[in-house]
Structure formats: structure tokens, C-alpha cells
Design a protein around this ligand. Structure first.
Ligand code: SF4
Ligand code: SF4
Length: 370
């Protein structure tokens, strides 16, 4: 049987434009069953790294905001700070990037706030009791929200094959410590030639895990003492502290699904998911560029089950003809696995299988076209 995934194609008339279609998707999912009067409703997005242009268009968020307001909910648009140093690694730079990309009150009709605070320290522990984590560290304002609508630009992804609603939940709702725990199983490392021994990281390290080596005058991290908060990565003025991206892809995918599980904890039946299968770039919006799409724009899909939704989007992309001139080269026939063609070492299905195993949803679905 499986979950119902609703699909709006991109054909429009003046009465049924894309905004009206987004409204219909929200109605079809039964938004009124999850958003009540006074509910603080998180609209989770990815604002795109500086230089990227394939993130969701801000004007598509407006009908979601209006639908929440119609139910007398109180919407806010949100994302979390990044683990790495970039244009979204603390709240002020993140908000500036969001504003430059058009995510601001006049366009959205709702305030924008960064869910894990000024420096990414506002997190809460959420008990999950799963294989890799007993508890996960989720951004405080995601935990505090009464309901959540996750809007995702569906695309390829260099670590997980594809990036959909599950990734937006698992990585996108994690605090910095949680992001580091998914990507790495050891402490960050100091690049000695960049370190000038200023000692700034020592002041910020909550575990006292860093000292300045008397001989070299450079910072050294004690792997046994480090608690993996990720703080030193972003506070170093020389960008001398690097993440060790050492987690294997299968384990990384499972960890991310455990975080996705934690992000919905306590409001699973009040979570709604919309994937925009538009401008399906081969890689993540965290890059400061976006390569040309691998397929044509396919539509906007929605479900209350993020596993079914991502599965349906993957199936659509695989079934579609590839885009001539894209990174796919001559592997353009309908049915060619686009994600495997771009990332042959990654088994993208494993995140869906594990998400199903831990009870996040079902890979079986019926597609209902609106
Ligand atoms: S903040 Fe950076 S440059 Fe300063 S001691 Fe730490 S690692 Fe070295
Ligand atoms: S990750 Fe956190 S605990 Fe570990 S060395 Fe850096 S600041 Fe200290």
C-alpha cells in the first residue's frame, strides 16, 4: 500500500499557476491536521551558499506562509548554520546571505531566523536510542517549533547520491556538533602551516581539548578530550582547523537518517514535506556554484512521509531523459540511474532503506497527480 505522494506538474493556466498548485499540495497533505491556531510553524529551507543559484525561489515560499497564516499558525522561515566556514557559518552572515538571495520579509511574508542561534550553539539533545546515536543534537528552534514544513530543492548530492527531504531534515536540522558527528568520527585537525598560535580556539573550546605546543607554537587538539562541538572550525581566524571528512558513506547515510528521525521527534504527525524537482543540479546547494541540471524540471511533489516522497522523486529523475550537455555525458536514456551515473561509488538507495528500517516512513507509495 504505502504512502500517498502528491504531484503537481508544471503545466499552468492563469487560474492554476504554480502558487495555486503549491496551495493545493498543502491542502492534499492535510496541513490543517498539523497546524493549529497559535502554532509556531517552522518552514525549513536551505538558503543556498553565496554563488549558488539553484536553491528554491523565495516567491515559492509565500503560499506556504499564507497557508499557515490562514490556519492562524505563526510561521517562521529557518535554517541552521553550516559546519564549515562559508557564507552561512554564523547567524549574521547566514541572514545576510539569505537576504541577498531574496529570503526576506517583503518576499516571504514571514520572519527569517537561524534555528541554532548566533554561533550555532543553540542545540538540544533529543533521545533516539538508535544504532549510531543514543541522542542527537538538533537546533533548538526546530525542537521548539510546534509544527514544521520542510521545503527542499531536490538534487544530486556528492555524499549521498541525491539530496532530498531526508537530508534537509537530518543534516539541515542538526546543530554544528551534530553535523560534525555525522561527517566524522574523530576530532577536527589543525593545519600546522596555517596556524599562527594565536590561542583564540583555546578560549572557545568547551572541553579544554586544545593546547599550544611549546616547541612549534602551534595549536594541537587532543582527540581523547575533544567532544566534537565543531567550535574551533569556525572561530579560527586563519581557517586553520579542518573537518576530517572520514566517515564512510554507508555509515554517514545511516547517521543522517538517525538525525532526521530526531529532527521530527515529538511532532512527527505535524511535519509536512514538499520537494521542488526543479533545476536538478548534480550537487548540493552548499557549493558556491551550481552545474547545469541533469534532467528537465519535473514538478513539485509533497507528502507527509519523507521516505516515500524522496523515493518518488528519485524514481522520477531516473525515469526522465537526461539533459544533453550536462555532466551525464552520453548517459541520457530514460531509465538511466542519474545519481549512480554521476556518483558511481555511492549507493543512494541505502539512506532510503535505513530510513524505512528505523520507522521514518515507507519506500512504497502511490503517486497522485493533482
Ligand atoms: S585559532 Fe587558529 S590560528 Fe589561532 S591557535 Fe587556534 S588553530 Fe591556530
Ligand atoms: S571540536 Fe570542540 S571540543 Fe573539539 S577541539 Fe574543537 S572546540 Fe574543542
Amino acid at each position: 500500500m504505502g504512502a500517498t505522494v502528491y504531484m503537481a506538474d508544471l503545466r499552468t493556466t492563469h487560474k492554476h499557476n504554480l502558487f495555486a498548485k503549491i496551495e493545493r499540495l498543502l491542502e492534499a497533505m492535510g496541513l490543517e491536521n498539523g497546524v493549529e491556531s497559535g502554532f509556531l510553524t517552522a518552514i525549513k529551507l536551505h538558503f543556498g551558499e553565496e554563488g549558488n543559484a539553484s536553491f528554491i525561489r523565495p516567491i515559492f515560499v509565500r503560499p506556504v506562509v499564507e497557508a499557515v497564516r490562514k490556519l492562524e499558525g505563526r510561521p517562521f522561515v529557518t535554517d541552521t548554520n553550516t559546519l564549515y566556514v562559508g557564507s552561512r557559518s554564523d547567524a549574521p552572515s547566514h541572514l545576510e546571505t539569505a537576504m541577498r538571495h531574496g529570503f526576506n520579509f517583503p518576499v516571504l511574508g514571514a520572519p527569517v531566523l537561524i534555528a541554532d542561534g548566533l554561533k550555532g550553539r543553540s542545540v538540544r539533545s533529543v533521545a533516539v536510542g538508535l544504532k549510531h546515536f543514543q541522542e542527537v543534537k538538533i537546533a533548538a528552534e526546530i525542537c521548539s517549533a510546534d509544527a514544521m514544513i520542510v521545503l527542499t530543492h531536490f538534487k544530486g548530492h556528492e555524499l549521498t547520491g541525491f539530496g532530498g527531504a531526508l537530508k534537509n531534515l537530518g543534516m539541515g536540522c542538526a546543530g554544528r556538533e551534530g553535523k560534525l558527528a555525522q561527517h566524522s568520527n574523530i576530532s577536527p585537525k589543525v593545519v600546522r602551516k596555517r596556524c599562527v598560535g594565536c590561542g583564540h580556539c583555546l578560549e572557545w573550546c568547551p572541553a579544554g581539548a586544545i593546547h599550544i605546543d611549546a616547541e612549534s607554537g602551534r595549536a594541537v587538539i587532543d582527540n581523547q578530550v575533544c567532544v566534537g562541538c565543531g567550535e574551533c572550525i569556525v572561530v579560527c581566524p586563519q581557517k586553520a582547523v579542518n573537518i576530517r571528512w572520514n566517515e564512510s558513506v554507508p555509515v554517514f547515510q545511516e547517521k543522517m537518517m538517525e538525525y532526521a528521525y530526531g529532527a521530527c521527534r515529538g511532532k512527527r504527525e505535524r511535519c509536512f514535506f514538499i520537494n521542488f524537482v526543479l533545476q536538478v543540479s548534480p550537487a548540493c546547494d552548499c557549493y558556491g556554484h551550481n552545474d547545469m541540471p541533469v534532467v528537465a524540471d519535473l514538478g513539485i511533489l509533497a507528502a507527509t512521509d519523507p521516505v516515500a516522497l524522496d523515493q518518488a522523486c528519485c524514481d522520477l529523475v531516473v525515469a526522465a531523459p537526461g539533459m544533453p550537455g550536462s555532466v551525464l555525458g552520453d548517459r541520457l536514456a530514460p531509465g538511466v540511474d542519474k545519481f549512480a551515473a554521476v556518483y558511481p561509488e555511492i549507493e543512494w538507495r541505502s539512506q532510503l532503506a535505513y530510513a524505512e528500517e528505523i520507522g521514518l516512513g515507507s519506500r512504497e507509495y502511490q503517486l497522485e497527480k493533482l
